[in-house]
Write a protein that binds this ligand. Sequence first.
Ligand SMILES: NC(=O)c1ccc[n+]([C@@H]2O[C@H](COP(=O)([O-])OP(=O)(O)OC[C@H]3O[C@@H](n4cnc5c(N)ncnc54)[C@H](OP(=O)(O)O)[C@@H]3O)[C@@H](O)[C@H]2O)c1
Length: 324
Amino acid sequence: MKALLFTAHGGPEVLTVADIPAPHAGPGEIRIAVRAVGVSPADDALRSGAWKSFFPIPLPYVVGVDAAGVVDEIGAGVEGVRAGDEVYGVRVAGGTTAEHVVFDLWAAKPAAWTWSQAGGAAGGVATAAHALDELGVRAGSVLLLDGASGGVGAVAVQLAVARGARVIGTASPANHAFLRDLGAEPVTYGPGLAERVGLGSAGGAGLGSAGGAGLGSAGGAGTRVDAALDVGGHGDVTELVALTGTPDAVRTLVAGNAVHGVRLIRVDPAGVPAALASAARLADAGRLAVPIAAEYRITEGAAAHTRIARGHARGKVVITLGAE
Ligand SMILES: NC(=O)c1ccc[n+]([C@@H]2O[C@H](COP(=O)([O-])OP(=O)(O)OC[C@H]3O[C@@H](n4cnc5c(N)ncnc54)[C@H](OP(=O)(O)O)[C@@H]3O)[C@@H](O)[C@H]2O)c1
């Protein structure tokens, strides 16, 4: 089968499409014929070698951790799924940018999503759902997502809104209308974030007073923030701690930002199938979209990685396989 892999760390040009043996479904696993795969900043970091000191990977390495496709093999002990079913899922060990992939964490693909949307969804859904659970986000919560417009953030906004939370999301100004469409109140990221969002009654200003462009906190009383998730890992987490009042109410997705008592999110695989199934129900109810920033074919892997490294995508970058 064809797979997108690299044999040595380096720039996007080290990616190559090679023929490798197809995997087979072992006990508890299914195999799919892949139709679409998500591309994420983690793929870029794994390929470049940026993570090799703390997350070594075997080479050659087939890139990608999530995918969607059609079930074509079922391992021993697997129930509730048949050949021909359409599914989306995650493979923690990677290897999903290939014509076939074996999953042990999956759910039925929602009919509402295209293949690209399903292929790019699973990593973001699994991560966002786990983070919202750890932060205790529920109806009435005020959640700040720092870096809300990317692959994980766009999903996290919608999952939190579906729980009944009020969501404040940071993005570059060009992505503010996009965040509003997803259900978040946009604010620009970067130094001074705590002041822009509003530090309770102490600061007094809040976003509502900032030239009318802010969050509309009535009377300039500032905005109470119950929980904050550092999605992109670019900002200063002490601003998030200042907004929530405690590092216990803050999590980060990026290891380098797990400082000042802020803990790193580590997704528990045991919760992934239920999170994917729940997200699929929301999607079919019209409450969870997966915005697609760009689509590439497997032969365009270097271009896809170059796009993800550039940042500022609006939603997911995906690679599609099989029929156009
Ligand atoms: N811990 C885990 O289990 C886990 C799981 C999945 C992903 N991750 C990590 O999570 C991170 C985010 O993934 P992603 O796919 O959502 O990335 P992405 O699609 O590249 O999105 C990055 C987000 O960061 C924003 N951003 C850019 N510069 C910023 C700045 N200076 N301050 C604050 N925000 C800024 C972007 O906004 P604009 O585009 O508007 O500039 C965008 O909203 C990656 O580092 C990934 O490796 C961790």
